[in-house]
Write a protein that binds this ligand. Structure first.
Ligand code: HMG
Ligand code: MG
Length: 295
């Protein structure tokens, strides 16, 4: 039994561009966002209010939001790690934030400069204050299946960390396969440890080519929000071996075939990704982009 429709949570402008070696000009980011909205995507993760030295690619978050032409019916969530980031996001007028935790000790250190426990202490006041201000808060959880330093991550450990984010007040929990090592059985098993599938989203990277299979497994478990990155851009600068996310085109192609509604115009989306690939100077790694728009 598959959901009748899926919400595609587009992370290309954030997860994709945070990993580009070159700094993409703010004008290009703005046009990318506009083209993605034009293709019918209604959730565009726009940028991050993290330390600019940690992610210089997104240091222009204030400029980007100041110049963003917000479209009716489109939400523009941003990543926020701490209260400093929340203050910046509130000043920029955001309505939707995402905090991002790690399921493992090592990645909490590498990505957030904190321990597994300390990260929750850092997020707690962020979530409380954000909700008081009327913002919606998503919780990401990274390294849900495997970690480059710790190996296979026990599902119980992941479920416990995820529950802490939900209990803290996150309205949605996105389960991240940060380095793209998960296989479908692991996905089913982890989702089975959560009572309310309605609060879950999945976030797959495609390092081992498993992202679509994993997505289908999650859909069959009742998950109906799927993260993806236009053209398959991305990776994580603090996670060794992470490649791009599941390409939004690959996701939409599969969902169209399955008769699951997304509201996305695939041709317009491919056009946006091909345009962005031109800006970045290399072809999109998405198989669907390559098939529909051969060079
Ligand atoms: P820290 O160095 O421990 O920060 O970094 P601190 O609290 O000790 O503060 C040090 C200085 O940084 C201070 O300035 C703060 O004001 C400043 P000083 O007093 O020295 O002048 N500072 C900030 N400045 C601007 N914005 C801020 C901010 N915070 C502190 N928000 C910190 C800790 C969390 C800030 C850092 O580790 C960080 O920015 N990490 C972000 C890493 C990141 O963005 N990673 C990629 C996103 S996660 C991901 O991609 C995974 C995901 O896709 C899901 C998946 O695939 O699994 C979501
Ligand atoms: Mg990611």
């Amino acid at each position: 039994e598959l959901p009748a429709s899926v919400t595609v949570w587009e992370v290309g402008p954030r997860d994709g561009l945070q990993n580009e070696k070159a700094i993409v000009p703010v004008e290009v980011k703005l046009e990318f966002l506009d083209r993605l909205a034009g293709a019918g995507l209604t959730t565009l993760e726009a940028t991050s209010f993290v330390h600019p030295k940690w992610v210089p690619q997104l240091a222009d978050a204030e400029q980007l939001l100041a110049r963003l032409d917000r479209r009716e019916g489109v939400r523009y969530p941003v990543l926020v790690p701490n209260e400093k980031g929340l203050n910046r996001a509130l000043d920029a007028g955001v309505e939707h934030i995402a905090i991002f935790a790690s399921a493992t000790e090592t990645f909490a250190r590498k990505n957030l400069n904190s321990s597994l426990d300390e990260q929750f202490a850092m997020f707690e006041p962020v979530v409380t204050r954000a909700r008081e201000a009327g913002l919606d808060v998503r919780g990401y959880l990274s390294m849900c299946f495997g970690d480059p330093w710790e190996g296979v991550v026990p599902a119980k450990q992941v479920a416990a960390a995820g529950r802490r984010l939900l209990d803290m007040g996150c309205s949605q929990l996105s389960l991240g396969d940060t380095i793209g090592v998960a296989t479908a059985g692991q996905v089913e098993n982890l989702i089975g440890l959560f009572g309310d599938v309605g609060t879950l989203a999945v976030h797959f990277h495609d390092t081992y080519g498993q992202a679509l299979a994993n997505t289908l497994a999650a859909l069959r478990c009742g998950v109906s929000t799927v993260d993806a990155s236009a053209g398959g851009l991305g990776g994580c600068p603090y996670a060794e071996s992470a490649t791009g996310n599941l390409a939004t085109e690959d996701l939409v192609w599969m969902l169209e075939g399955l008769g699951v509604a997304t509201g996305v115009d695939l041709d317009a989306l491919v056009g946006a990704s091909v345009w962005m690939a031109g800006q970045l100077g290399r072809p999109s790694p998405s198989r669907v982009v390559a098939a529909l728009c051969p060079p």
